[in-house]
Design a protein around this ligand. Structure first.
Ligand code: B12
Ligand code: SF4
Length: 495
């Protein structure tokens, strides 16, 4: 069968396509795990976000798919619906399968879209079994984790246990299936690698717990190294380790750094997500080792600098430093210091606009980010389906925007008890632009040509909506913010 796999073109503020175009790791993993006789194509539509209709039309004509699969996050649901309608108009009898976080956690929303199957949770084995059943015209009703349309109603087959990655059941991704080019992170070709799946924490904003429960499974180092080599052989010079929480097992992470060095793969740049507690407690030895292994940017889940907000986000434990088994306070500053001492950049993940936030508490977090982090990754609390946070916000009546296409993390869709959603977003937007502009000065040392060449585009993106007058203080910045919002609104019309 011909199988066309698509990821959505929707992007959000901190990953503008002018600087970052990241592949979707799910699709190549699915492609690597279906039976090899199928003809499979993977198209990451972020690479063609400005010509989606034309590209999808061409792909359907050239590839003539029997099955089209879409990987969807919540804020991409509207675009996914439009792409499905387009595909159906081009080929009415095609089978449409959806998977990823949104279909898994809000399956009921997909009964109204024109899809045939929803794959819930991890997809490799479910999708393989589905294709086999379709090919053999066999029943799909015994395939776990599959939801299917049956004339006028839907059947939801039982869930599937999470995969134990240790047993080699999941084969390596198939990167050769990609049919579009242009992946980049600041000018270097980027690829994504998984070394583990899952997390045992339960932060209230995170979808992972509802998606797969609280657990942690790991791939063998042989497999991870083979995967990194494969990414490199496909041209990658930067690797993003997309593990949900690689720092859950620090000893294993250290051993992985050693393995990368021994394999000579430390000539690549690495990006990783980490907990502040793990870095603060083990950073004296871990941070220099990470640097030696090639780690360059570390996304730290700081979440908030105020204890009250950390409690709301259920993120206090992962931000607590420990010494000899005792809690010794917030881990953030120490973690940042240790990473900086080893010449790594900190991408600071913070969440502002929580229910009790005042203007002052938001500004305290923004000032902290401005002073200590290299690249701000500040978001607003976003009530994604079935998260604990969504329940809290709904019960308190604080959700002010139900347009899911704006649930991209940098649009404030909830208000606090004291500050309107619009003002929360304005405060973040106003502060963040300057933090980003400042970091371009550091990035130029590593990638001079890219930054020099793309700086005008990146600055234009960061400061869109601003005028010389608003920047010099002769115009109320709220006006510039309104213009920015209008531009952002237009950008979301991918097709
Ligand atoms: C890496 C990552 C990113 C990366 C790369 C994204 C990319 N290009 O893939 C970056 C940093 C760019 C990113 C950004 C964002 N992300 Co993100 N990201 C993740 C993370 C950590 C891992 C995803 C991953 O690659 N996993 C490995 C693959 C193999 O697993 P998988 O994606 O789950 O796919 C499996 C199944 O879902 C399923 N499946 C998936 N697609 C399909 C399709 C078909 C047809 C089938 C059959 C099955 C299937 O099968 C796959 C294999 O088992 C997750 C999870 C987490 N714990 O935080 C969040 C997560 C996916 N991100 C999320 C969000 C919200 C975002 C942002 C909007 C804001 C943000 N929080 O940063 C932006 C928007 C991105 C954009 N397009 O601009 C949310 C999604 C929530 C939701 N309900 O939609 C998650 C779950 C985190 C969270 N907050 O809970 N993200
Ligand atoms: S530590 Fe990270 S991956 Fe784990 S629940 Fe919290 S946000 Fe999600």
């Amino acid at each position: 069968m011909n199988v066309l796999l698509l990821s959505m073109p929707d992007y959000f503020e901190h990953m503008p396509p002018v600087a970052v175009r990241m592949p979707n790791g799910a699709l190549t993993s699915l492609a690597g795990n279906i039976d090899p006789h199928h003809r499979v194509a993977v198209a990451d539509l972020i690479l063609v976000h400005d010509r989606v209709r034309q590209t999808v039309t061409e792909l359907v004509h050239e590839f003539d798919p029997d099955v089209v699969g879409l990987s969807i996050m919540t804020f991409q649901r509207r675009t996914a619906g439009r792409i499905i309608d387009l595909v159906r108009s081009l080929k009415p009898d095609v089978k449409v399968v959806v998977g990823g976080y949104d279909p898994s956690l809000a399956r009921e929303a997909y009964t109204d879209l024109n899809v045939d199957f929803v794959v819930r949770g991890e997809g490799e084995i479910t999708f393989r079994e589905l294709l086999r059943a379709m090919e053999q015209r066999a029943s799909v009703e015994s395939i776990c984790a599959l939801s299917l349309r049956k004339s006028d109603h839907w059947i939801h087959n039982p869930d599937r246990p999470v995969h134990r990655l240790e047993d080699g059941e999941i084969r390596v991704p198939n990167r050769s299936a990609r049919v579009l080019r242009g992946y980049t992170a600041l000018g270097r070709q980027v690829d994504v690698i998984e070394t583990s799946r899952g997390c045992t924490y339960d932060c209230s904003f995170c979808s992972i717990i509802e998606m797969r429960g609280r657990n942690f499974h790991t791939y063998s180092f042989d497999r991870v190294l083979a995967d990194i080599r494969d990414a490199r052989d496909h041209g990658a010079r930067t690797i993003f380790l997309v593990d949900d929480n690689i720092t859950l097992n620090v000893r294993r992470f250290e051993a992985l750094c050693h393995a990368i060095i021994q394999a000579g793969l430390n000539t690549l740049d690495y990006f990783v997500q980490a907990m502040t507690s793990a870095i603060a407690s083990h950073g004296e030895t871990l941070a220099p080792l990470m640097r030696k292994a090639g780690f360059r940017y570390v996304f730290l889940g700081i979440e908030n600098i105020l204890e009250r907000d950390l409690q709301f986000l259920r993120a206090a434990a992962k931000n607590t430093a420990r010494e000899l088994g005792r809690n010794v306070g917030n881990a953030t500053l120490r973690a940042i210091d240790l990473l900086h001492r080893s010449r790594m950049y900190v991408i600071g993940g913070l969440i502002v606009g929580n229910p009790e936030d005042t203007r002052e508490s938001i500004e305290a977090n923004l000032a902290f980010a401005s002073r200590y982090v290299d690249w701000p990754y500040i978001q607003h609390p976003t009530p994604y389906p079935r998260t604990a946070m969504a329940k809290d916000f709904r019960e308190r009546g604080l959700i002010v925007n139900e347009r899911l296409e704006e649930y991209d993390g940098t649009t404030a869709v909830v208000r606090t008890e004291h500050v309107s959603a619009e003002e929360v977003e304005f405060l973040r937007w106003r502060a963040e632009r300057w933090m980003k502009a400042r970091h371009m000065g550091s990035a130029v040392l590593h990638d001079p040509w890219f930054i020099v060449w793309h700086a005008p585009g990146m600055l234009a993106h960061t400061f869109r909506g601003c005028s010389v007058r608003s920047t010099l203080g002769f115009e109320d910045e709220h006006n510039a913010f309104k213009r920015y919002k209008a531009i952002r609104h237009e950008e979301r019309k991918y097709l």
